[in-house]
Design a protein around this ligand. Structure first.
Ligand code: TTP
Ligand code: MG
Length: 342
């Protein structure tokens, strides 16, 4: 049985601001645009105190001001929220490496392989996040991502909700159809036209009816989702171990100049890739494949991590000189390993 957690921070931007400035705790707080309610811009989020006045995300700041003139309006400080978000994701990864980063304030965590009740893990996560960042979150526990996401939204703030396969009829079917991931405003309108308001209603429709209306793929998705079925795996972030480039010559060559020039060009490309993706490496490996497909590598480890072309090229040429180029060369490649994030 799979056990998936969905973690969603409570009033995230507002909570980060309240932590920075405790005077804001307990007050209606609106974060959005440049923080000036006379200017254009929309609400990114509002504290729970401000939500009581009917203020919500995507509402024009001016409207929010009319609803609650004594609310504190602050600009969006995206850098700070991303930094805190990074801290939270790091905490989650400590609990399980199978983490899907969904957005700035939410993530899925697969805890199936952890030998402990999921509820206990969730409580530990909540405590750790609170301890390290001072923030609260709401967690949903379910057999899949679809249900876990619905669950985390059921009790907020600071909630912990468990949904099992047995709860679908009683707790999922009464919910409005739009609570299902993949039911956006357009699908919702179509469903309303068909007289469908709840997830249970949707589950009563025939597969054929849904496919006819929404197409094969979305129709089948809705059919399964309304029954709480979701087999999709967590998409974990891919961390490269190395970066490489190689090229096969149009014609095999024995010309050292040609090989060296090609290697220099490949080195530049790898260095660029690393700079763009924010990595530095330490271990340079050059690969040569001869015309008879015999393939050899030579490696050199640098004293420190780098993404500087000149350093990588010098090491690559050191490697190249250690090859005996007695046969014609078919392919040349360079790889940088031992990567670290810059
Ligand atoms: P949400 O998780 O949707 O909202 P929230 O964390 O503020 O509140 P809740 O307790 O209900 O989870 O979104 C996370 C952050 O993303 C939110 O703090 C601000 C930002 N955001 C926007 O900038 N614009 C939007 O329209 C929404 C919905 C969110
Ligand atoms: Mg949130």
């Amino acid at each position: 049985m799979r056990r998936v957690l969905h973690i969603d921070m409570d009033a995230f931007f507002a909570a980060v601001e309240q932590r920075r400035n405790p005077e804001l705790i307990g007050k209606p707080l609106v974060i959005g645009g440049s923080g000036d309610h006379t200017q254009r811009g929309v609400v990114a989020t509002a504290s729970y105190e401000a939500r009581k006045f009917g203020i919500h995300s995507a509402m024009p700041l001016r409207t929010a001001y009319k609803l609650c003139p004594h609310a504190v309006f602050l600009p969006v400080d995206y850098n700070e929220y991303s930094r805190v978000s990074g801290e939270i994701k790091d905490i989650l990864r400590e609990f399980s490496p199978i983490m899907q980063d969904v957005g700035i304030d939410e993530a899925f965590l697969d805890v199936s392989r952890i030998d402990k009740p999921a509820e206990e893990i969730a409580k530990e996560i909540k405590a750790k996040i609170r301890q390290e960042t001072g923030l609260t979150c709401s967690i949903g526990i379910a057999p899949n991502k679809l249900l876990a996401k619905i669950a985390s939204d059921m009790q907020k703030p600071d909630g912990l909700t468990i949904i099992t396969g047995q709860d679908i009829e009683n707790r999922i079917w009464p919910l409005p159809a739009r609570k299902l991931w993949g039911v956006g405003p357009k699908t919702e309108v179509s469903l309303k036209e068909m007289g469908v308001e709840t997830i249970g209603h949707l589950a009563s429709l025939l597969l054929d009816t849904l496919v006819e209306r929404f197409g094969t793929s979305h129709g089948a998705y809705l059919y399964e989702a309304s029954r709480g079925i979701d087999e999709s795996p967590l998409v974990t972030q891919w961390e490269p171990k190395s970066m490489s480039k190689e090229i096969t010559f149009q014609h095999d060559t024995g010309d050292w100049q040609t090989i060296a020039k090609t290697l220099a060009a490949l080195t530049r490309e790898v260095a660029n890739d690393m700079k763009q993706s924010g990595y530095r490496g330490r271990a340079v490996t050059v690969k040569i494949r001869f015309s008879d497909f015999e393939t050899h590598t030579r490696a050199k480890t640098l004293t420190g991590h780098t993404n500087a072309v000149s350093e990588i090229r010098t090491a690559a040429f050191d490697c190249l000189r250690r090859f005996e180029l007695k046969k014609k060369v078919r392919l040349v490649g360079v790889r940088l390993g031992g990567l670290e994030k810059t």
